[in-house]
Write a protein that binds this ligand. Structure first.
Ligand code: XMP
Length: 326
């Protein structure tokens, strides 16, 4: 019989046996899967686990705080945060091509992660003792997709937190490999993780970097963070979190249109709302959100976010559109 309690007991026993006294590393993304995987491993081996959270500057509002405070408070995991915002922004300067952005973000992530690992090994009492185990939040659909999902592989280079190069010789711990997302959420709740983390909708590894159409700059990220926070708050307040799969909020940074606010002419950027319904993100339909919710989001964004004077709705299914714009 499947119960979240059974799965937890089984996995905890198995992980203990697997790693013995060895040290374990986990890259936390802020997403549900890595958060639950890490919490499970922490339950099994305590402080033999160290989590690394890379702040690449492409996060949404409040994400870093959620991981640093709420997640640590509810699990007690040992967490190292690496502030790599400048590094990522420097690497992305002048880049507008979506695939190039994705590759740069993936590459920089690996470099930062490797550095964090080297620092941890160097500073430990048994210096030089390598960290052999790596936790990954791989789910059953991920396993199936990477087995036969060649169709999507060429469309976008999905930056995967676990996509580490071959020359790092980790052995993997993947305690969620047999599970679906809703089961993972249930296990997370059972382990005491806060709803803000367990209930999160999918968010891409490259973050807001692929939701700014055009060059990624700090000012644009700040603008998009505000718009995104407003959309998320209004969708939640309307009780729609479970109706939608996710709702990317996209900044068309290279587009301007004429508007009028107060007595004056404006020449600002459009924000795109991309609410989608989906079973597995392979296909999707645009979600028919209530007009009054759309109106509230639009009013608030144009009133509260400087330099945005227009909000538009993406009414494209997948295919032909992908969920993210880049
Ligand atoms: P697309 O845009 O390909 O997105 O229709 C399908 C789903 O995948 C998410 N996505 C990503 N997730 N790393 C991730 O971890 C990525 O590079 C990435 N790109 C897209 C997207 O948010 C959607 O849920």
């Amino acid at each position: 019989d499947w119960t979240s309690g059974n799965v937890i007991d089984e996995q905890v026993a198995r992980i203990r046996e697997q790693v013995g006294t060895g040290r374990v590393l986990c890259a936390l993304s802020g997403g549900v899967d890595s958060a639950v995987a890490a919490a499970l491993v922490h339950k099994a081996v305590g402080d033999q686990l160290v989590c690394v959270f890379v702040d690449h500057g492409l996060l949404r509002q409040d994400e870093r705080r959620q991981v640093e405070e709420d997640y640590v408070a509810s699990t007690g995991v040992r967490l190292v945060t690496v502030d790599a915002r400048e590094r990522f922004l420097d690497a992305l300067a002048g880049v507008t091509d979506p695939e190039e952005k994705r590759k740069i973000i993936g590459r920089e992530f690996i470099r930062v992660f490797e550095q964090a690992q080297a620092d941890l090994v160097a500073e430990s009492a048994d210096a030089g003792d390598p960290i052999r185990w790596l936790v990954q939040g791989t789910l059953y659909p991920d396993v199936v997709e990477s087995g036969g999902g060649a169709g999507t592989a060429n469309i976008k280079s999905h930056h995967n937190v676990g996509g580490l190069p071959d020359d790092i010789e980790f052995e993997l711990i993947e305690p969620l490999r047999a599970l679906f997302k809703d089961e993972v959420r249930e296990i997370g709740r059972q382990l005491g993780l806060p709803e803000e983390i367990v209930g999160r909708q999918p968010f891409p590894g490259p973050g807001l970097g692929i939701r700014i159409i055009g060059e990624v700059t700090w000012d644009r990220l700040e603008l998009l963070r505000k718009a995104d926070a407003i959309a998320r708050a209004e969708l939640s307040a309307a009780g729609l979190d479970n109706e939608i799969w996710q709702c990317p909020v996209v900044l068309l940074a290279d587009v301007r249109s004429v508007g009028v606010q107060g007595d004056g002419r404006t020449y600002g950027h459009p924000i795109v709302l991309r609410p989608v319904s989906s079973e597995d993100a392979m296909t999707a339909d645009w979600t028919r959100l209530p007009y009054d919710v759309l109106a509230r989001i639009s009013n608030r964004i144009t009133n509260e976010v400087d330099d945005v004077n227009r909000v538009v709705l993406d009414v494209t299914s997948k295919p032909p559109g992908t969920i993210e714009w880049e």
